[in-house]
Design a protein around this ligand. Structure first.
Ligand code: 5GP
Ligand code: MN
Length: 348
């Protein structure tokens, strides 16, 4: 990472008494929580004692082991406290999202806040409503960027085991355990350094991935056997989950995390999706391989966005209609639109 990107942060972190807020995106994932808590520990440890980390809503239980997660303020649970902290803040670090709207219930309070807003993120097309934008699309994760920022600001000696574990968790969860978005030596150099600092990678893998409830495992089985549709001609596979499926398997927050990826394990499939029936809308996740750009798909058709190979969105209709709409898009994309979706380098 270009060390000059660290300069604006160094300039802003002047007074140890300043009030600092770190904000994650809604339905936070391992990178969002990992990068936020790593920055939180770093700031606290270097004397910025008035630092708080806020998540718009609860995080899945498999992230509950992360050091400092017990101190995170949840916008849904502590609405007044999060409003007060955002209003009073001198500095607001926005981590792992490119648009204030991604903080949902906190977004209007953040937009009105007077504190200096600093975006640190790896999603494409950051919106202009931040005072400073530190964006690196090539980074595997926001956690990787936080590593570079911490080491750029201070000596790497400031990375203790707590910080190292949070950063490691952020990197491994955002890369599907180092299987995508990490084809560069720098990510592995950082991983190696974090391990040298005391991270037990095998333990963290077990804490994140080997803590399924029986119901979650059965829900996964149901997704793969009964609710998987494969459109071989379109190189597409999708999974759907109705509200009654979720109820039947006693769905808990985070239980569908990672399920979308299974579609890509099928030979010949380069676009995978999952449609989940929520109270007010259908939540959709997309994953893709190679040149298929699901960021465009999510942004153009499903009120969302994300990365080229991992994106999400939502749609306000029934589950059946949303799936029909998706199928019609995939089947009827014009040759020109397919070229956009699949990248101009492809001969579609
Ligand atoms: P997931 O499918 O795991 O929820 O999210 C995958 C990626 O897409 C993440 O980088 C996430 O930030 C982004 N994403 C998911 N849902 C939305 C959405 O509704 N809007 C936008 N802009 N991005 C989303
Ligand atoms: Mn991320």
């Amino acid at each position: 990472m270009d060390k000059s990107l660290v300069k604006p942060i160094k300039k802003l972190l002047t007074d140890k008494s300043m009030k600092i807020v770190i904000v994650s995106h809604v339905n936070p994932d391992g990178d969002s929580i990992g990068s936020s808590l790593a920055l939180y520990h770093f700031l606290k440890n270097t004397g910025f004692s008035n630092t708080v980390a806020i998540s718009p809503n609860a995080f899945p239980s498999f992230l509950g082991w992360m050091p400092g997660s017990e101190n995170m303020i949840l916008g849904t649970k502590s609405s007044a406290l999060s409003s007060e902290k955002i209003k009073e803040a001198d500095l607001i670090f926005c981590l792992d999202f490119n648009d204030i709207e991604r903080t949902e219930n906190l977004s209007s309070r953040l937009s009105k806040a007077k504190g200096v807003k600093i975006l640190i993120d790896h999603h494409p097309d950051p919106r202009p409503h931040f005072d400073h934008v530190i964006s690196q699309i090539s980074a595997s994760s926001t956690a990787e960027m936080i590593y570079e920022i911490i080491t750029g600001l201070e000596s790497e000696k400031t990375i203790n085991t707590n910080i190292a574990e949070c950063l490691y968790a952020g990197i491994v969860t955002d890369t599907g355990s180092l299987s995508y978005g990490c084809n560069n030596p720098r990510t592995y150099e950082i991983i190696a350094h974090l391990m040298a600092l005391g991270v037990d990678g095998e333990k963290i893998h077990r804490l994140i991935y080997d803590t399924y409830s029986e119901q979650r495992m059965r829900l996964l089985g149901h997704c793969l056997s009964a609710n998987l549709v494969v459109l071989q001609e379109q190189s597409t596979a999708f999974i759907f989950l109705s509200a009654s499926d979720l109820k039947k398997f006693n769905y808990q927050e985070g239980d569908t995390e990672g399920v979308v990826n299974y579609g890509l394990s099928i030979k010949g499939i380069s676009l995978a999706a999952i449609f989940i029936e929520r109270k007010d809308n259908i939540k959709i996740s997309f994953r893709s391989e190679g040149n298929v750009d699901v960021n465009i798909l999510a942004r153009e058709y499903f009120n969302g966005g994300g990365h080229k190979n991992a994106a999400g969105g939502n749609f306000k209709d029934t589950l059946e209609n949303t799936i029909r709409y998706f199928e019609s898009i995939i089947r009827n994309l014009s040759r020109e639109e397919f070229r956009v979706l699949r990248g101009v380098a492809d001969n579609v």
